[in-house]
Design a protein around this ligand. Sequence first.
Ligand code: HC1
Length: 564
Amino acid sequence: GLKISVDGEEYTAAEDMTVLEFLRSINKEVPNLCYMEGVYESGACRVCLVENVDSGELITSCNTPLEEGMRIETKNDRVRQTRIMNLEFLLSNHESDCPSCVKNGSCELRQITEEMGIRDVRFSGEKTEQPVDESSPALRRVPDKCINCRRCENICSDTQTVNVLAAEGRGFETKIGPAYFEELASSPCVMCGQCAVACPTGAIAEKEYINEVWRALNDSDQHVIVQTAPAVRVALAEEFDQPPGTIATGKMVSALRIMGFDGVFDTQFTADLTIMEEGTEFIERFESGGQLPLFTSCSPGWIKFIEAFYPEFLDNVSSCKSPQQMFGALANSYYLEKENLDPDELTVVSIMPCTAKKYEADRPEMEEDVDYVLTTREFAQMIKQQGIHLWNLPEGNYDKLMGSSTGAAAIFGTTGGVMEAALRTAYELITEQELPELDFSPARGLSEGIKEASLELNGTEVNIAVSHGLGNAREVLEAIKNGREYHFVEFMSCPGGCIGGGGQPISRESETLEKRMKALYEIDREKDRRKSHENPQVQKLYSEYLKEAGSSRAHELLHTDYTT
Ligand code: HC1
């Protein structure tokens, strides 16, 4: 190990660490803004400074490697004063409308300013002035709140390989944004919202539709119904001081009823339906020599990505709408008929862990399906606005008609889940035998960005892959171009799948995704039925309304096509 001295005390350290990682390991937290654990360090914010006693220099701890014999001071007055000064520089060019900022509750700049005890900003000089960008249906950019930490750039360019957010200019003139400062809507932004999760301030966040939804709920002429995505129920509780992975399904349903929704439904119902349609599509392609591999289509950021960057693969994408859009289409047909409602009287709201779902609902080919999409964060806001104590509520139940789901649908919310759910059904439909083991472990887990497996279906070896994060999607597509043969591939835009969506509660803890994932597998395990084709309400929908999977009615309502 390395011999290191910190604030006059001797330590032995492991090799290959940065100074910041080491300081954290000995329980000395260092304030920082541009650093993202395990992902990114740039030294750009200069808030994590410590003193190298031997060189006399102040060094950025996040990107300086630990070296043998280093002597470090973390709390002398020079360190403290310089950190404060650097923060004041950032604050002097930051739009400080904190009380009304979308990130008020989760702003790291605000939190660090408080921790450092800054009560006065000594510098007031020139400020950069850039227009707010409202062009995107999913995201809103307020460049004057940007502190140039580059976290969004790193996520957008390195992790997602979308390369929309990047820095231009130097020094005071440095600005982060799409190339030539065009609007987000004219850029190839896929609206995954990973930038909004990464941003330590309110410089980029979801576009909110809270007021529109309150207006609909308060309009006595409107029948307002809501659907909730799988990953919301295992993250919402974090906004109410519960640990990640707390399952909030029943309390969430109760809150929605108190808020005044006329029907509370589950996107998991249409996730089961998606498996029926997509499974049927796979079997058709598989048995009749159709275009393979089949790519999943439920993650709208992924759809925008393939449309923008790999249009040559669009025939591989399943024609199934996502569960969100399938629900919207059924709400505006099946449900409308059952309830004897006029189309103008119905408002359909979705609660999603995803910012790109706002964009999906806005796509011209299916804009009739869903009216408003709220993120998990917006939903939590609304619960708080009504003074509802989520944790004191009883466990509510979804409405019957489109509220029941199997375990297969719950795991849609984590990477690998759609594949596992599809295999549970496809195996039984193709082989006409019962699947001996439901848990499909090769598709599970967060540590690998691309997971692969092979299984036998009626004597044919089927190769599958599961990819999460768009950089990994790019890698899979390049591999296919170079001859890799798969039959079925699941793609999710966000690292971790929907549990890590751009609309989820913001957490800087490394275990959060793991805990949300485990909670979804727990929901699956606890369900009486764990295969989509065994969902009785889905069976009823087919017998009453759609006839069979892949029918012309099903195609009309539940399938779509893509644009280049
Ligand atoms: Fe997802 Fe999906 S799982 S895309 O990750 O297929 O957003 O949660 O709702 O539509 O069901 C998101 C989650 C979600 C859809 C389903």
